[in-house]
Design a protein around this ligand. Structure first.
Ligand SMILES: Cc1nc(NNC(=O)[C@H](CC2CCCC2)CN(O)CO)c(F)c(N2CCN3CCOC[C@@H]3C2)n1
Ligand code: NI
Length: 183
């Protein structure tokens, strides 16, 4: 099982590089790895397991964070309409996005960053993502609000981008034009 010792921390070069596409169809090993990533996130949200294994809570994870420079992400969360997102994705790609931005009023954190970084992280309010899911299906996801934020945070990791790279250095709590909080 994946635990915090498997999570690569900032400073490790893998987090600043672009990850490689997974060859399709994914190998048994890639599928196994993605299943373990989803399981880690579920475990991190289970009070007992998280306490037992000292897991930091998460709603998403990208393969570079476990030292694998491959374009694979896993998510497990409910959005504000209680819509459950629980799956793994190979080669996720943002194929279109809104002009408007959104952000979490509480800012963001990252399992690979052992410090608080204050500030709003502007993200597209709506995105369309094409990807291959764990079941091997080509899917097109139309995401907005919280779900759009989570997926953008994870896809950023595949491109070597950390959430704090997107915070306005001069004015961390500047609300970008065309932006409104998602929560
Ligand atoms: C928003 C949030 N971020 C948590 N952590 N950070 C992460 O997930 C990082 C990824 C998220 C940071 C902002 C967008 C994506 C991990 N990242 O670094 C991967 O790249 C949470 F843990 C969390 N929730 C709310 C829902 N709750 C349900 C019950 O269980 C606890 C859980 C806590 N919400
Ligand atoms: Ni992260």
């Amino acid at each position: 099982m994946i635990t915090m010792k498997d999570i690569v921390r900032e400073g490790h070069p893998i987090l600043n590089h672009s990850a490689k596409d997974v060859s399709i169809p994914p190998t048994e090993q890639d599928i196994e790895t993605l299943k373990k990533m989803i399981q880690f996130i579920k475990n991190s949200q289970d009070e007992k397991i998280a306490e037992e294994y000292e897991l930091r809570a998460g709603v998403g994870l990208a393969a570079p964070q476990i030292g694998l420079s491959k374009r694979m992400i896993a998510v497990h969360f409910e959005d504000f309409n209680n819509q459950l997102y629980s799956d793994g994705y190979f080669n996720p790609k943002i194929v279109s996005h809104s002009v408007e931005f959104t952000y979490l009023s509480s800012g963001e954190g990252c399992l690979s960053v052992d410090r608080e970084v204050a500030g709003y992280v502007p993200r597209y309010a709506r995105i369309t993502v094409s990807a291959i899911n764990l079941a091997g299906e080509h899917v097109k996801l139309r995401l907005r609000g919280y779900a759009a934020i989570v997926f953008q945070h994870e896809i950023d990791h595949l491109n070597g981008v950390m959430f704090y790279d997107r915070i306005n250095k001069q004015e961390p709590f500047l609300i970008p034009e065309h932006a409104k909080a998602c929560d």
